[in-house]
Design a binder for this molecule. Sequence first.
Ligand code: AMP
Ligand code: MG
Length: 407
Amino acid sequence: MISFQKAKSIINEHMFELSKETVPLDESIGRVLADNLVAPFSSPRFDNSAMDGFAVCSSDTLRASKKIPIELKMVGISSAGSPYHSKIKSRECVQCMTGAIIPEGADSVVMVEDTSGFSDSKIVKVMIETYPGKHIRMKGEEVNKGDILINRGTTITTNELGVFATFGYGKLNVSKRPKISIFGTGDELVDPGQKLKEGQIYNSNLYVFSDLTEKAGAEVINRDVIKDDETSLKLFLKEALLHSDVIISSGGVSMGRYDYVRKVFIELGVKEHFWKVAQKPGKPLFFGTKDNKLIFGLPGNPVSSFIGYMEWVWPVLKHMLGEQQKNNLIGVLDQPFPLEKAKHRFLFGKVKNKNGKLICSPTNLVGSHMLSSALDANCILNSSPGTGSLDVGKTINFNLLPWKTIE
Ligand code: AMP
Ligand code: MG
């Protein structure tokens, strides 16, 4: 059995980033940006009007008011997409719509509401004094050409998507999605929706694994429940080893008489790096590699499987995707947290924000078979070994479940 820290460092030695691929903009949501996104041009691209109005020389409007408007000669129209191409002179103006290029010679825009309005008349009355730059969106005021807009490693959401489109990116380089095979083992397992016979239970782990894999940004390419026999296991694993970047199993990796997973992994040429970790739940944890494929054997108890995936597999998938990890938070206990003398202890928990303090409550359903302990949880609390328990008021480490928030 190895320590939690040793297991982490072994895994860190073996994980790697996957290469990148190009996807169309429309298919980029949820993917991880593989290159820094640089602005190919300044934004705005040109000085343009922030209002529908008239482009003027501001010095012509000195002391203009409703009572004593000044009159300008209207010489043309600049609309979004159709610029006015000549230079305007003093005492001239151009109708200038929102987003339209400011004509050369003009240094300000007067809103149409402060004029005699748009008409075919060649004379426009301006009823307000303006100043240089008023209602003009200046070239480069938002972003300069060459600026980094979005860092590599960012997961693409609606927020990023609009910016990609703004800067004309029709396709993007993103990290390849890791290809994952997941399987559960156990003669007792039946899929939900079917009838249970004596001694049978429903398979829940593969539903959890599938969803976590998708949530992490990876892709499930194989999924199966396998009987506790070596032949079926070998058949599935041979195929999985051909096409997967990561293989994740649940169950059959402990000391039971029919626990063949580890044996079969090794027989198929997987190099074992460790098999047992000083942690609760989830002590029997197999980690191996074959070529550049990573293999995780998680124990079957549903809480061990779920927590094991989040603690051991999730960060590896994120690393493969090149994504920045932001977790490892600290809160204060409002209930005691039971410690293990020689094991790292994990429990589902609830973290709340009380007056700016993160207050953590561990679940009181502490059995590794009690998956309803996940129901009210938004985090996984964890502590290194110790005697007794961590008392109320002590600090505790936790990882927020990435799809949950803190109320
Ligand atoms: P094992 O690690 O195979 O000894 O399994 C430990 C416990 O987890 C046993 O009670 C199994 O019935 C249960 N178990 C194994 N696989 C699953 C699964 N896919 N879904 C729910 N429970 C499971
Ligand atoms: Mg089993």
